[in-house]
Structures are given as structure tokens and as C-alpha cells.
Design a protein around this ligand. Structure first.
Ligand code: TA6
Length: 307
């Protein structure tokens, strides 16, 4: 413990929480609750693990992921901020996920759920030449995983425009036996090949090739049906108008150094945020919160894959 910087050592660390050295000797917080375990790296305030007792891990983590300041972690819940995707000469998906956040403390609720709060250092925006923003990330661990990203505009005069996204990687038993429901009728931008726009016609979306879709103007609850694990995962959100569905599939996975060639079969990204035309503009002094609650339960009877 005492090999950690002073600002970490001063914390009152309640029993179920431990500050440890994780991969790459990065500071990692591990949490144990009555229902589950979780782990969060200070790098990117990145939740890299959540597992309910008696269930497979909920979050997928690549065995080939990097663990180094300045490098994104492959898996878990990368925090995308203040932009989504590429920006000329700047980090893909913004600087939040490659920056070490400050741990602001943790608290235990009467129901013994555990909340941990993190702050994006102001220096990160300064270093990038981006406008200042106060960014707090709160993670609550119980039989569910709740995450809340709050962005406040500290300026007294200027508005602040940004994109954000909790880029969640879910563990899937077999991608060929998984379905996503809750997006039917939603407009999407398909970023495969020539970018096209469409409206989702499927009750249940199946993934059988590289998929990269931005579903827009949707506040819908989404469910992932993982038939191999007989598990249904619910993604509930607020303060989010976009849902992104991504799987790199075989070819792209081969060209990703931080993802194993076959790992695409066991991961699915269903991301909640505000991207492209759903980007947010905050007036001076205003704030907004993106909240996502992940819950899961074992399916009694095997659900048939919809034909
Ligand atoms: O959210 C989907 C996406 O934007 C894809 O286009 C793909 O690039 C993915 O994110 C992963 O991005 P990363 O920068 O982590 O390799």
C-alpha cells in the first residue's frame, strides 16, 4: 500500500475495498460485496471487472490488453470523453480513458452496496488544449453495476460541447448464440463500408459479421440474450440518447494487437452515450449525468434463437 502516491494513501479504505498493484503495476481497486466482486483501474477510471457470485464475469477483458498510462485498456468499460471516434492527430475516443484519474473516496450504503468516486484531473483537458470540464465518475457495486459519468461546465461565460460514451464490453458465451433486443424502429448509422443510415427492423439483432452501428435518439433499455451462458443482461440508461453496437469480427480482430484472434467470439460491445448528432452542449455552469445500470440473471428455460 505505501508504494502508492500520497493522494491514494490518505484514503479511509473500507474493508471490502483494497488498493492493489494491478497489471503493468498500475493502481487498481478491488471491491468485494455480499453479491459480487469488481475491479477498477485508476487509469481511465476503468472498470475492468464485475462478476456476480455464481455467474460468469459480466465484463469481457482481453487477455492481450495493454496496461500502461497513455494506452487504452481493451475490455471492461472504457470512458469515452470528450469526443467519440477519431480526431485529427489526437487520441481515439478522447483522452479520459488514457489518463490516470484521482480517486475521490468510497462509501458503503445501508444496503451494503459500495460506491467509489473518481475525478478526471483538470490537467488532462489543459494538456490536450480542450476547454475545461469537471468530470466525476461514480461506480456503485452491488448485485448490479451502476456507473454515472457527470460532466459540469465550470465556465461562467462559454458553453461546453462534447461527446461521451460508456464503451462497455460484455462477456458472451458464443457470439453466434447471442441476440440484442430493444432497438427495433431506431435510426442507426452503419459505419461498415460506405457509411449508411437505416432503421432497425429486427426484433432481435444477431451479430454474424463485423458490426459497427450508432443507434441514435434512443433512450431505450436494451437486453442482451446470451444463450450459451443462459444469461439475460439488461442495460438501463439515463442521460443518454445514443447506443452503439460493435463487434470487430475475425478479420479486424486479427489486426488488433491488443485483442486475441478468437476473442471476438466471446465479446460484444453495447455502449451507452451521446455521440455524433446526439452530442451535448452545456450552458455555462450547467452539468449533465450519463447513468448506466447493468444487471443480469440466469435464464430458466433456454430461449430459442429467433429465426
Ligand atoms: O464503439 C465502436 C468503435 O468506435 C469502433 O469503431 C472501434 O473502433 C471501437 O470503437 C474500438 O475503438 P478502439 O479505439 O478502442 O480500438
Amino acid at each position: 500500500m505505501n508504494s502508492f502516491p500520497e493522494h491514494l494513501r490518505r484514503h479511509e479504505i473500507p474493508e471490502p475495498v483494497a488498493l492493489v498493484k494491478g497489471n503493468g503495476d498500475l493502481a487498481k481497486i478491488s471491491v468485494k460485496t455480499d453479491w459480487s466482486t469488481a475491479e477498477i483501474y485508476l487509469l481511465g477510471a476503468h472498470v475492468t471487472g464485475f462478476q456476480k457470485d455464481g455467474e460468469p464475469p459480466l465484463l469481457f477483458m482481453s487477455e492481450a490488453s495493454q496496461f500502461a498510462v497513455g494506452k487504452p485498456i481493451r475490455g471492461g468499460v472504457p470512458i469515452v470523453f470528450p469526443w467519440f471516434g477519431s480526431r485529427e492527430g489526437r487520441a481515439l475516443h478522447g483522452f479520459a480513458r488514457v489518463t490516470e484519474w484521482e480517486w475521490e473516496g468510497s462509501s458503503v450504503a445501508p444496503d451494503s452496496s459500495m460506491t467509489l468516486r473518481f475525478r478526471l484531473p483538470d490537467s488532462a483537458a489543459r494538456a490536450d488544449g480542450s476547454p475545461p470540464a469537471t468530470v466525476i465518475f461514480a461506480v456503485t457495486v452491488s448485485d448490479k453495476l451502476a456507473m454515472e459519468l457527470t460532466v459540469a461546465n465550470p465556465s461562467g461565460t462559454d458553453s461546453l460541447t462534447f461527446e461521451n460514451c460508456l464503451h462497455t464490453y460484455f462477456t458472451i458465451g458464443d457470439i453466434a448464440e447471442a441476440e440484442i433486443t430493444g432497438l427495433k424502429g431506431t435510426t442507426f448509422i452503419d459505419r461498415m463500408g460506405n457509411v449508411t443510415q437505416g432503421v432497425e427492423s429486427a426484433d432481435a439483432i444477431r451479430i454474424n459479421s463485423e458490426t459497427d452501428r450508432l443507434y441514435l435518439d434512443t433512450t431505450q433499455r436494451v437486453a442482451i440474450h446470451d444463450l450459451r451462458h443462459r444469461r439475460k443482461i439488461a442495460v438501463e440508461k439515463s442521460g443518454s440518447a445514443s447506443t452503439v453496437v460493435w463487434n470487430p469480427w475475425a478479420e479486424k480482430a486479427k489486426n488488433m494487437p491488443d485483442l486475441g484472434d478468437d476473442e471476438f467470439k466471446h465479446m460484444l460491445c453495447v455502449e451507452s452515450g451521446n455521440v455524433t448528432q446526439n452530442k451535448i452542449t452545456l450552458a455555462p455552469g450547467k452539468s449533465t449525468s450519463l447513468k448506466v445500470v447493468l444487471s443480469s440473471h440466469q435464464m430458466e428455460a433456454a430461449r430459442e434463437l429467433s429465426r
